[in-house]
Design a protein around this ligand. Sequence first.
Ligand code: ATP
Length: 270
Amino acid sequence: MRPERSTASVSLRLYRTPGKLMHERYVRQWGLELMNIGLFGGTFDPIHLGHTALAGAALERFSLGRVYFAPVNIPPHKQKQGLACYLDRYAMVALATREEKAFVPSLLEAPPVAAVADKKGQVNLSKPAANYSIDTIRRLKLALKKSDRIFFLMGIDAFNEIATWHEAEALFQECEFIVASRPRYSLADLANALPEKLRPKPAVTKPFARQPASGDLVLPGVTVHVLEGLEKNISATAIREAVAAQRPLTRFVDPAVAEYIKKVGLYRKG
Ligand code: ATP
């Protein structure tokens, strides 16, 4: 039995309607001028061509009016040693997004701007807290129209960890997801990565174990759109290693980002 055939009985449904068409249908049907908005968070240490390819593909396929690139100040999961400072990562995001009108560098996860002195003139410099995506999305929503749709962009490696994120179930209520898949991942992998309360039973996902992750995964309280064919073997880790080894960055990052890394002396050894 082909997995698609089993959908009616198991409620793990695959929609193949491109997001663009869905969007146009909404506008026609309801006369709403809603905007699809992408939110792309990451350490962006540095931002690379894999990130912009994902955002570009999402922009095209889901008619996103804007994609906010929000470098995280303090990542809850990656408590990495030696993360480049927020301002450098933000500057590189601004450089890498400058040529696409819909790409917007965002300060949504910036460090607190000013330290305020108390009555005795003392400044409290307590360590800023980690940034949680659920808070960022709620903050973003306050600035948007109620009719706008938010899509959270990420790679499948990050989506695999989603169940461990702060208020993971609430995240699925607040937004839809656009996930860039990789060839070895199946639709069942995506479903099995969901937070426990949203995860279908193994008997339901089993038929999808051999089916490459594609199309849309729609379950009660969950909408995940899969972007395929974006396999770019680029990671920020490899870029930092390339800088340290004095190898060229041309294949990995925007030339302006490469220039910034060089000028500022980021990621050099020692
Ligand atoms: P690092 O190597 O330091 O772990 P990274 O390259 O994975 O970094 P992040 O800033 O941590 O970059 O990733 C931000 C988001 O971009 C994550 O959702 C991640 O899955 C996704 N992502 C990272 N690299 C790629 C890529 N080559 N193609 C598509 N998505 C990617």
